[in-house]
Design a protein around this ligand. Structure first.
Ligand SMILES: Cc1cc2nc3c(=O)[nH]c(=O)nc-3n(C[C@H](O)[C@H](O)[C@H](O)COP(=O)(O)OP(=O)(O)OC[C@H]3O[C@@H](n4cnc5c(N)ncnc54)[C@H](O)[C@@H]3O)c2cc1C
Length: 539
């Protein structure tokens, strides 16, 4: 057990892909670093989300690090979309290969982080009361890591077993012979429902908002394709980094309504048969023009109608929001599962939940008696993990207060009033959640380590985003989101799943390559928009 009150150059909170890579790079700068992680192991998302069917929805050959050619070459994925156990093995492989675990303090939740203006140091406190100080504080706390339970009356009163998909028991769960209820139909539910339905005696799916999902067509990774990619892995990555979301796929410029219905169907069909999130790139205006988007909506609704045999169930499964404005899901047999005799869809738009009771879930029309209840109700996204820590910056101002009317950042990595604090790929105002996240994480960590190297060379000790640069960035983030259909939908992107959360479209949708160029430009201008100082010297 490390000593209390130890001091480091940098403290990292979180040991998912962001924390691991940050630790590796900061050690490379010659810094003393310690990472703190609530869980007992590395992997973050892939440590916690162990529900049946959990897997990535960006293809594995892309959803992996690229900072080490040796690592990229030596690791082989077994499936097109790797499942959680394999991604967790990969995270552990990386941690062992780069000897990272020795600097990670597991089973340690950080509860507060306070900045001291006189010393220029951050003091973090753990749940157990230990205190550590550091010049830099790296929040690698995750974009989708703060578990969300819905405020349903009587939530604690259920007598059977209760689970949350993002806090799944490590030993797994056997639902054989059980009456199981699942609340929520977002991505985790879409992945887990087909598998739980195969095991449970009966599965009741409590759905408030139906989901658009396209088939993943997951399969074993073709060794020839793997070799083809590995023969020029860097070139492959560089090409994809020029695409809007840093995810491979074709993004057409053709306007949806400029082609006839038969052609539209052909295009949508081809993408449906291929199975990728870039289904949304079928036409250039799908996420900006409602009429264009309606054709995509209707296409998926028709598919639901074809797949689901009971017309009433099919109807209840049909979403009516703009497709893509809530995270698109990719699935393996999701809609088909509703043809099973042991699956019941409970449409909460018609019969809302009144309360959870000892025996199960009571809706406005009946009681569903259950043995197990699963919450697939997602996360307090992007700001949740940060706001659950008592973070105080200059003059003791709480981050929660600074962000009371909505989060504000400069480039998604820093926020005015909180010197030397960096957020990795989860910060509002960064492309993070709209991109392939591992490359986004690497880009942020590289940007931050370059800043630190720059400061070390010049003997600077303090960096802070300026209010002006932050305001300009926030305005830009809003400007690029405004012409899209995203802000109009109630999604976690706008915080609509969390009562009282300010409604702001949080991610940066200006495009990953545009964002990367902006960061390069800022760096080339001596970190324009940041105030750098130190050794009593303002720069
Ligand atoms: C089910 C699921 C599937 C996903 N699939 C994809 C995908 O296919 N492609 C994609 O790009 N992205 C995907 N994501 C997003 C995913 O979160 C990121 O890809 C990536 O794993 C984030 O890494 P991270 O290190 O930033 O955060 P995380 O992996 O969330 O790690 C953050 C860590 O910080 C720790 N932490 C938080 N607060 C504290 C605290 N106060 N004290 C100590 N420790 C703390 C947490 O315990 C956690 O381990 C998925 C997310 C989920 C939930």
């Amino acid at each position: 057990m490390p000593n209390s009150d130890a001091s480091f150059d940098s403290i990292i909170v979180g040991a998912g892909f962001a924390g691991l890579y940050a630790l590796h790079r900061l050690r490379g700068l010659g810094q003393s670093v310690r990472a703190f992680e609530t869980g007992s192991g590395v992997g973050g998302t892939w440590y916690w989300n162990r529900y049946p069917g959990a897997r990535c929805d960006v293809e594995s050959m892309q959803y992996s690090y690229q900072f080490s050619d040796e690592l990229a070459q030596e690791w082989s994925w077994t499936e097109r979309y790797a499942a959680q156990p394999e991604i967790l093995r990969y995270a552990n492989h990386v941690a062992d290969r780069f000897d990272l675990k020795k600097d990670i303090q597991f089973n340690t939740k950080i509860t507060s982080a306070h900045y001291d203006e006189t010393t220029g140091l951050w003091t973090v406190t753990t749940e157990g009361g230990e205190r550590f100080t550091a010049r830099y504080l790296i929040m690698a706390t995750g974009c989708l890591s703060a578990t969300n339970f819905p405020a349903i009356k009587g939530r604690e009163s259920f007598a059977g077993a209760t689970y949350h998909t993002s806090r799944w028991p490590h030993e797994g769960v056997n639902f054989t012979g059980k009456r199981v209820g699942i609340i929520g139909t977002g991505s985790s539910a879409v992945q887990s429902i087909p598998l739980i339905a195969r095991e449970a005696k009966h599965l009741f799916v409590f759905q408030r908002t139906p989901t658009y999902s396209i088939p993943a067509h997951n399969k074993p990774l073709d060794p020839e394709e793997e070799q083809r990619i590995k023969s020029d892995y860097r070139g492959f990555r560089a090409r994809i980094a020029q695409l809007a979301f840093d995810v491979d796929g074709e993004f057409s410029d053709t306007l949806t309504l400029s082609v006839n219905e038969a052609e539209r169907r052909r295009v949508y069909d081809a993408r449906w048969s291929y199975g990728r999130l870039s289904w949304l790139g079928a036409f250039g205006d799908l996420i900006t023009d409602f009429k264009a988007n309606e054709t995509g909506q209707q296409y998926i609704r028709n598919k639901i109608n074809e797949i689901v045999k009971d017309p009433q169930v099919a109807e209840a499964l049909m979403p009516n929001h703009a497709v893509g404005t809530k995270r698109l899901c990719i699935d393996t047999g999701y809609y088909e599962t509703f043809n099973r005799p042991n699956v019941t869809l409970v449409d909460l738009r018609r019969t809302p939940i009144d309360e959870i009771v000892t025996e199960g879930v009571r809706t406005s029309d009946r009681l569903y008696e259950l043995d197990a209840l699963i919450f697939a109700t997602g996360f307090d996204a992007m700001t949740g993990a940060l706001n659950r820590i008592d973070i105080r910056g200059v003059k003791g101002r709480a981050l929660k207060d600074a962000w009371a009317a909505g989060p504000k950042t400069y480039l998604g990595v820093a926020t005015a009033g909180f010197p030397n604090l960096f957020m990795i790929a989860a910060g509002p105002g960064s492309p993070g959640v709209l991109s392939n996240m591992i490359p986004s994480i690497e880009q942020h960590v590289n940007f931050i380590t370059q800043i630190m190297a720059h400061m070390a060379e010049r003997q600077l000790s303090r960096i802070e985003a300026t209010e002006e640069a932050q305001e300009t960035w926030v305005q830009h983030v809003n400007e690029v989101a405004a012409p899209t259909l995203f802000p109009s939908t109630n999604s976690w992107y706008v915080g609509a799943n969390i009562p009282g959360k300010p409604r702001i479209f949080m991610p940066y949708i200006g495009g990953y390559p545009v964002y990367v160029e902006k960061c390069k430009d800022v760096a080339s201008k001596n970190y324009e928009g940041f105030a750098l100082s130190g050794s009593n010297r303002q720069v």
